[in-house]
Design a binder for this molecule. Structure first.
Ligand code: GLU
Length: 467
């Protein structure tokens, strides 16, 4: 293993949205690098011109930004490096580690047909592998690597352990197509090498590719990166996570209103463990994250657990930072922007709001009383508690509030003695107070609301309700 500084990369193909599994792969690479003073690079694998779009690239960048996964330097674009990929193929040709194959599609198909009828391996064995250059025809060709045909290849993987493949399972893979363009499998290796990638952490759907890519490392005599192929994410039913289970795109989770810190925490824990720790900070995750802690079997996405972690992260978040993220959530869902007064009210209310909210929609729901403005129209249910008797009682409260000192104890004492004076309970006054202050039967505690709204607004709302 090399002692060079750690360099990891996330290498998404911009052929679709940023899947939550890919986001976790990015996160693991980010944590591994950031926890070791290393570099985390982003490479957009856009060689498939038909399926790669700028729009998808933007969605990936937005998703990374939302999750707070910052990368070093500018993103690399694989397609921009095509000349270098071609050059490496030519270097392999020059070394005799690759060869020109002039077999036509028909010949390859005939080979396969024969192999099938003989129940032999259908991996194409090119007759051009050992033909001398002098005998080459003037015809179109592909460039193939010379793969070993006997023996076995063992690759060490930090998650999967030693994985062994029989070399007769490898074909002489194509490096350059007949139009001279490089294939993806070559591009990945050249780019990883040129970018100085020391650790390749990616989904285990790429494990088989590792054996093909290994051929290029061997032929070029390049240092190989440490490999860690992580199991995919399953849904709660043990099947590959898909739309059937719920949201699969990172941006969908943003629009559902989960905080980025909660997503990072939950996704880190999904398939990786550090003892029994479920809830942790970014600093702890960076310090603890390692490859042996990654599980060998697929993790199951647990929506309840995600919400639970998100709730805990919201509860400990900085108030101003939460407000900032909440504004971004509103923008992402095309909701109206907060007015300055609403933002100020939210910030003041944040300490009590964040206690039990698992997502931004929940937080906004609890914040209803600061987001609305006078005159408040109580909803049908809460309006019922504002009968004449209770309006009368609340009207008595107003003058007392004028001179009270504005703290929880005083307010509680005032309202409690008012209830006693009318031979009723504090709880019986809570309904009408809620109706007056929030227009709802469910809201934060009346004292929390009074403290956040302040004296003038509280008195004004009570005035509106008792008029
Ligand atoms: N572009 C590949 C993907 O999106 C990842 C390749 C790699 O990580 O080596 O699945």
């Amino acid at each position: 293993m090399s002692t060079a500084p750690v360099v990891t990369r996330f290498a998404p193909s911009p052929t679709g949205a940023l899947h939550i599994g890919s986001a976790r792969t990015a996160l693991f690479n980010w944590l591994y690098a950031r926890g070791r003073g290393g570099k985390f690079l982003l490479r957009i694998e856009d060689t498939d011109k038909d399926r790669s779009t700028d729009e998808n690239t933007q969605i990936i960048l937005d998703g990374m930004n939302w999750l707070g996964l910052d990368w070093d330097g500018d993103p690399f674009h694989q397609s921009a490096n095509a000349a270098r990929h071609v050059a490496v193929a030519h270097e392999l040709l020059a070394k005799g580690a690759a060869y020109k194959c002039f077999a036509t599609q028909d010949e390859i198909e005939a080979f396969r047909e024969k192999a099938r009828s003989e129940k032999a391996s259908t991996l194409f064995r090119s007759p051009w592998r050992d033909v001398a250059e002098a005998e080459y025809p003037d015809a179109p060709y592909v460039v193939r690597i010379k793969a070993p045909r006997d023996g076995q290849t063992t690759l060490h993987d930090e998650v999967q352990g030693d994985v062994t493949w029989s070399n007769d399972q490898l074909d002489d893979m194509i490096l350059l197509r007949s139009d001279g363009t490089p294939v993806y499998m070559l591009a990945v290796v050249v780019d990883d090498h040129d970018m100085g990638v020391t650790h390749v952490i990616r989904g285990d759907d790429h494990l088989a590719n590792a054996f093909r890519q290994n051929l290029v490392y061997e032929a070029m005599g390049w240092d190989k990166p440490v490999l860690a192929h992580i199991p995919l994410i399953f849904g709660p039913d043990g099947k590959k996570l898909s739309k059937r289970h719920g949201a699969t795109g990172a941006s969908e989770y943003q629009r559902l209103g989960y905080p980025a810190a909660g997503m990072r925490n939950y996704l880190t824990r999904l398939g990786w463990s550090h003892g029994d720790d479920e809830f942790f900070t970014d600093a702890q995750a960076k310090g603890w994250f390692d490859l042996p802690g990654i599980g060998k079997s697929p993790a199951r996405f647990d929506f309840k657990k995600l919400e639970n972690i998100c709730g805990q992260q919201i509860a400990v978040a900085d108030d101003a930072a939460l407000l900032h993220e909440l504004k971004a959530f509103l923008a992402a869902t095309n909701a109206p922007e907060l007015t300055a007064a609403q933002a100020a009210g939210l910030l003041a209310a944040m300490p009590s709001l964040k206690e039990r909210a698992k997502s931004f929609p929940e937080l906004i729901d609890k914040a209803h009383f600061v987001l609305i403005s006078r005159p408040i129209t109580p909803d049908e249910k809460s309006a019922k508690s504002l009968d004449d008797v209770h309006k009368g009682i609340l009207a008595e409260l107003t003058p007392q509030l004028q001179n009270a000192s504005w703290d929880r104890n005083t307010l509680e004492t005032l309202v409690t003695s008012l209830a006693e004076a009318h031979e009723t309970k504090l709880g019986k006054l809570a309904g009408p107070l809620r109706a007056a202050l929030a227009g709802r039967t469910v809201s934060p505690s009346v004292f929390d609301m009074m403290l956040v709204l302040g004296r003038d607004e509280t008195i004004a709302r009570l005035g509106d309700a008792t008029r």
